[in-house]
Design a protein around this ligand. Structure first.
Ligand SMILES: [Zn+2]
Length: 319
């Protein structure tokens, strides 16, 4: 079953929806065409680094300003996933990121997104979906603790918790106590690590924060001991080819470590990360894996199986 584990709900708005919302709010001229807007928003060549890419997200934060807008965003993302052939999806968002400009309460953010997903599940009953709560590193340790508190309070409405943002300036060890609390409460944890930094941040994600999966983990191939550990413990790497190229985590698609990781027996899966700025869906990512990375259909199928197996969405047993 095609499964996606790493898609940021708060940066996945359809371009046409983003334009409509921006124009309604006077953030974009009424005369801007979709094509002109595409040139402005969609990244098509690598930026300087990950931080510059993160800077592109402000418009998304500004338009996600009411629960009805969040509902629409979540519904459309689910519909896009369905149309891409995805049947199981984990959607992640950062409550503090979403509410930074609107000052919506985090409860309202969660409830808005939930209504959109519920409406989509009613229309596409073959789908499964779950939310990951993102704690944003860039807001500091205290803010991360606050997000983990929010997550723990609503733990039954999320499938897991994540740490994202600028890992160069905010390494994993700064957030150890918050993630220990989450782990002690039985939370399933995935951590963005080894995207803009080396393997040491991945080790910290696993050993200090209790990560069961790693977002990106590009740096894994630089550390044979880590590769062995990931394979032995079944820690799945959520790799995102287009994102990894545009943020310069890899120099080219041909140099992307995904096939190497897979062939070394490390669980790894294919993801879109931020479709709202990268303009990609799962079919695009799969085509890149096939055409630029030389992966076989059987290898791509293995990635889907890894994603499904590593998903935090509970699957009811038939027994
Ligand atoms: Zn991500």
């Amino acid at each position: 079953m095609q499964t996606e584990l790493h898609r940021h709900l708060d940066v996945s708005l359809r371009l046409s929806t983003l334009l409509e919302l921006a124009q309604e709010r006077g953030l974009e001229s009424r005369s801007t065409s979709l094509e002109r807007f595409r040139e402005k928003i969609i990244l098509s060549k690598p930026l300087h680094d990950l931080r510059e890419v993160l800077g592109q997200f402000t418009l998304f934060q500004k338009v996600l300003d009411r629960p009805e807008v969040l509902e629409r965003a979540a519904f459309e993302v689910m519909e896009d996933c369905w149309n891409e052939g995805t049947r199981k999806v984990e959607l992640r968002f950062s409550p503090s990121f979403v509410s930074e400009y609107s000052k919506l309460s985090w409860e309202n953010v969660l409830a808005g997104f939930e209504r959109g997903v519920a409406r989509a599940l009613a229309k596409y009953p073959g789908m499964q979906a779950g939310f990951l709560c993102i704690a944003s590193r860039d807001f500091g340790a205290e803010a991360v603790a606050e997000t983990v508190d929010f997550f723990l309070k609503h733990q039954n409405r999320f499938v897991g918790v994540d740490l994202a943002g600028n890992e160069e300036n905010f390494p994993c060890h700064l957030f150890e106590s918050s993630f220990k609390r989450a782990a002690n409460a039985g939370a399933k944890i995935t951590i963005h690590a080894g995207e803009a930094t080396g393997p040491e941040n991945m080790w910290e994600a696993i050993e200090l924060l209790g990560a069961r999966r790693i977002g990106h983990g590009i740096a894994a191939v630089r550390d044979p001991k880590l590769m062995e550990y990931l394979a032995r413990h079944g820690i799945c790497l959520e790799m995102c080819p287009t994102s990894n190229w545009l943020t310069r985590a890899v120099d080219s698609f041909e140099a992307h470590p995904l096939p190497q990781v897979l062939r070394a027996g490390v669980p790894v899966c294919i993801n879109t990360d931020d479709p709202g700025v990268f303009s990609v869906g799962m079919p695009d990512e799969i085509r890149i894996c096939r055409e630029k990375m030389g992966m076989t259909p059987a290898e791509i199928q293995r990635c889907h199986e890894h994603a499904s197996g590593a998903s935090f969405i509970a699957t009811l047993s038939s027994g």
